[in-house]
Structure formats: C-alpha cells, structure tokens
Design a protein around this ligand. Sequence first.
Ligand SMILES: Nc1ncnc2c1ncn2[C@@H]1O[C@H](COP(=O)(O)OP(=O)(O)O)[C@@H](O)[C@H]1O
Ligand SMILES: [Mg+2]
Length: 264
Amino acid sequence: MRINELKIFGGVGKDGQTEKVYEFTLKMGDVISIVGPTGSGKTTLIDDIALFADNNTPTKRRVLVNGFSAPEEFMNDPSKNPIAFITQHTNFLSDLPVEEFLGIHAKIRCSGKDLSVISETVEFANQLTGEPIDPKNAMTELSGGQTRALLIADAVIIGNSPIILLDEIENAGIDRTKALELLRRYEKIFIFVTHDPRIALLSDFRIVMRNGAMIKTVYAHDEELAVAEKIKELDDLILHLRQLIRDGERVDGVVLEERLLSFV
Ligand SMILES: Nc1ncnc2c1ncn2[C@@H]1O[C@H](COP(=O)(O)OP(=O)(O)O)[C@@H](O)[C@H]1O
Ligand SMILES: [Mg+2]
C-alpha cells in the first residue's frame, strides 16, 4: 500500500482534558519534531503513531492512513509495517560483521535486487557519524553513534520504510545538520522526538507537548532557520574544542573569546 499522508487526531492528556492540537497532517517528505519536557508524553505520542492508534490507547488518539484506519496487515505482518522505530535503547544483538548483517537484511527485504545496497547503506551511515564504520567490524563493536547511524541508514535504504520515527537519538554522535539534509532527499515522513534545537528548528513544524497533551504546533519560518545556522556554528566550535582536547592540545582563551564574539 502506498502511503500519501497520515492524519493524527488528538485525544486526551494525562488530566483527561481534550488536547489543544485537534489534528495534524503528515505528508510524504515532511520532517517534524516533537518537543517538550521529560515526562510530557513525547514517546507516548510516537508510540501511538507506531501502533496506528484508533481510539484504542489510553490517549484516545487516532491515526488515519490516507484518510482511513490503518489496514490490519500493518500490525500483523512485519514485512508490511511501513514504520521503522529507532530509539536510544535500540541495540544490535548480533556479533556478525556489519556487511553480513546488512546482507541478510537486504536479502530478506529486496530479494533479487543488487546487493550494492550494502555499501550504499554503510556510506550513508558514514555521512551521519564522525567515526566511519568498517563493514568488516562486528555489529557489537560499533559505538553508540555508529549504531544509530547504521540503524537510520538501514531503515532508509534497505528497509525502505516510508515512515521513520526517531526517539531522542541526537546525543549519540550523529551529525544533525547533515542527517536532516540527507534525509530530506528521500520522500519519507521523519518524526524526531528531540531536545536538540537544530533538529527542531530545521523541521517543517514541531508539536509541543505538556502533561501528556499536544498543546501547540509551531511552523518553521525564515528567522528560525537563520538561528539554526548560528547554532550550527556554535556546535562546530564545541566540536573543535573537543577535538583539541582529545588531541592533547591546550585551548587558547583569547582565540575562543574572538570566536564567541562573532556570535553577538
Ligand atoms: N495522554 C496521556 N494520558 C495518560 N498518560 C500519559 C499520556 N501521555 C503520557 N502519559 C504517561 O506519562 C508518562 C510519561 O510519558 P512519556 O511519553 O514517556 O514522556 P516523554 O517521552 O516526554 O518523557 C508515561 O508513563 C506515559 O504513559
Ligand atoms: Mg521519551
């Protein structure tokens, strides 16, 4: 089944009050964020989406696919489920080398297709993480950042999932600006649960959560995109400092002051 859009209808927050956001629509190609304090219901919201909730979860939300309740095969047959869900806790249990692991997945997902998808997947992952993955490495040897990068690449390229949910993955060694740039080239729906200002500001819109409820939708605009650029520069400065310290160098306070002054 080809997915054109998802429509999410609000239900109730923790206090049983109707959510302020009555509905929102996701079209293929959209990148959105879910933001809010810890415990505000972000994971619950993407869980509802992953379950194609239909007034059958505690939140009473509904998710419609192309205007209708999701077909049962989405939940009953993993090969028909259009959603890939990546969380902080996702880990590979396999100690196979990366290339063999991807090869097995590729054989299952794209039977008969060219196995060049394996190198394509590793290349994609290596654009997301600062520490390149060697396809000969065992899956269990990968760092947190490498694992997350490989999971995203695997979901996008081999899994070819049209909807990808990411629950707070940003602190794990992923280049966020690069990731968003790359992901936008694919006609998919990406939903980020995030505390990362750059991901939130570069999204098409963000849903703000409070006390279990969606309270607000904030759409992207030019001023915020400019702020995202500034944040990237600040992040790059932090990365630069980290590299200096890692290399055993001293940090020059005067140079740092000069760089910081360029931000005001
Ligand atoms: N709309 C809701 N109704 C009832 N309980 C909720 C609702 N939203 C969240 N919760 C509960 O609140 C707790 C925190 O939610 P969670 O989604 O884990 O927050 P976050 O991911 O933002 O930290 C969980 O126990 C969850 O079941
Ligand atoms: Mg959470």
